[in-house]
Design a protein around this ligand. Sequence first.
Ligand SMILES: Nc1ncnc2c1ncn2[C@@H]1O[C@H](COP(=O)(O)OP(=O)(O)O)[C@@H](O)[C@H]1O
Ligand SMILES: Cc1ncc(COP(=O)(O)O)c(N)n1
Length: 277
Amino acid sequence: MTLPRALTIAGSDSGGGAGIQADLKTFQELGAFGMSALTAVTAQNTQGVSGIYEMTAEAVARQMDAVLEDIGVDALKTGMIANVEIMETIAEKIRQHGVGPLVVDPVMVAKSGHSLLEKDARKALTQTLLPLALLVTPNLPEAEILVNQQLDTEAKRKDGARRILDMGASAVVIKGGHLEGETASDLFYDGESFLTFSAPRIHTRHTHGTGCTFSAAVTAELAKGRNLADAVYTAKKFITRAIARPLELGKGHGPTNHWAYNRDRDPEGVITRTLST
Ligand SMILES: Nc1ncnc2c1ncn2[C@@H]1O[C@H](COP(=O)(O)OP(=O)(O)O)[C@@H](O)[C@H]1O
Ligand SMILES: Cc1ncc(COP(=O)(O)O)c(N)n1
């Protein structure tokens, strides 16, 4: 038997809600064989990040070589990258091995407020990884940093999406978890059409790792050969179910429930996909 192969290049979250741990759980639930290249180890729980221990760029390169020279991948994603040297190494290795499709989750700041990417690395992201990405998945604050502009209306977000494609990404989803209002709406743009994926906003503080889980779900679906818009739709279903059934773990912002997707069919009918210009 074969399984689609998915690789995550990201940081470890000891609390299990975000980072590599969220990615591997998501890959597993969606039927992909998960592999990892660690960029950093964080000491982290639902209340915050108490330590960050970065890998060397050499360690990241060797992990990628080990996976790519032997097993190979059908799709890959990046999450927390920590610094410019690691970012450049990842880009070089992706080019050298000629692998894709690549999903770039431009992780900058944890929900708890802790910085996960050095400030000078933010600009490097647009020059190194974005041009290699099939899809980039910023949340609203990350999209605003990428385009250096407030994106407080839909028209501005569409303009921001166009500018992110000008940076070299083939497509973008500007995630709407940080927006106000009763729906959580994500804006997708692939250079041809805008699609809005919407779900009812769930009122919960347990949203630690939502972005990691979402981009991992897109990656798993791409590894299976799904087209991009369908992969994003499944990821939206996956994250909606995972948020809808919180695990109530820890004293702070708890993890989502990756287990829910295959066992809880309730919220699936509520996702809408709307085309606009
Ligand atoms: N409270 C919520 N209810 C429903 N969906 C949510 C909620 N918060 C986030 N999402 C969804 O989770 C995914 C991740 O979004 P977001 O939280 O913006 O990313 P990040 O974790 O990178 O900050 C998106 O699909 C978003 O719409
Ligand atoms: C290792 C690691 N990677 C990514 C995130 C972002 O997740 P969130 O924005 O939900 O805190 C995190 N907190 N930790």
